[in-house]
Design a protein around this ligand. Structure first.
Ligand SMILES: [Zn+2]
Length: 252
């Protein structure tokens, strides 16, 4: 059984064939799909999907750094009133790839959400695109408060991966592992499987041979297959160990 620890299946990209996509996911061995939120516009569709199958889905609430604008306080209040049945806070972090205009606001929002996670003893799902160093410095401040979580779509090198597991965090590994010349090959070869979570980030970042197309949870198979061959560990063992890692972190 596989767990997709990061999937935005509630987005309009899946409106046409949502039921079939879910069926393909189940048929491919997926037993749990974790849905992290984006902003106040996505929260209703995310909760609706969650209530359609509370065994298959689990949810996290949070304000994505790319959605942080001058109205961030209103956004946070709209999102954080939906705190029932959540298993984590996400996705949250800092994004310096798309737009740096609201960097200060991104940091304020990140701090708010990290505090919320610590106070409620919830794991965090962290987005750190082009900002890994900044995010690591901030996360370090919350370790004494018991912060735990995953660096989703881990973007760093082996040294940074070691720092993250020293923090007690997990590395979220997805489609990038299948791309030519990527840091993740070295990371996955050298980091013990007990620190790795599997994810698709659907509808983004499809693994080869689906690269460039819409991603979906059933493609997780390709990622687990790659981890299995890189680490020379049986496919079923990779699936089992990474599933247990996800259960340990998110407590579902
Ligand atoms: Zn995401």
């Amino acid at each position: 059984m596989l767990v997709d620890t990061h999937c935005h299946l509630y987005l309009p990209e899946f409106k046409q064939d949502l039921d079939d996509t879910i069926l393909r996911a189940k048929n491919s061995g997926i037993s749990k799909i974790i849905l992290p939120n984006i902003d106040s516009k996505s929260i209703d569709s995310m909760f609706n999907l969650y209530y359609s199958d509370t065994n298959l889905f689990s949810i996290a609430i949070g304000l994505h750094p790319r959605s942080v604008k001058e109205d961030y306080e209103l956004e946070l209040s709209k999102i954080f009133k939906h705190s029932i049945n959540i298993i984590g806070i996400g996705e949250i972090g800092i994004d310096l790839y798309w737009d740096k205009t609201f960097l200060k606001e991104q940091q304020v929002v990140f701090d708010f959400q990290l505090n919320y996670a610590c106070e409620n003893n919830l794991p965090v799902i962290i987005h750190s695109r082009n900002s890994l160093k900044e995010v690591l410095d901030i996360v370090k401040l919350y370790l004494p408060k018991g912060l735990k979580g995953v660096f989703h779509c881990f973007p760093g090198n082996l040294q940074e991966a070691k720092q993250i597991i020293n923090y007690g965090f997990y590395l979220g590994i997805g489609g990038i592992l299948s791309y030519k010349k990527n840091n993740m090959l070295e990371v996955v070869e050298n980091i013990d499987l007990e620190f790795i979570l599997t994810e698709t980030d659907s509808p983004y970042l499809s693994p080869v041979p689906y690269r460039g197309k819409r991603n979906e949870p059933s493609y997780m198979f390709e990622i687990v297959k790659l981890i299995s061959s890189l680490k020379k560990i049986d496919y079923d063992d990779v699936a089992n160990i990474t599933k247990n890692n996800a259960i340990k972190l998110f407590n579902f």
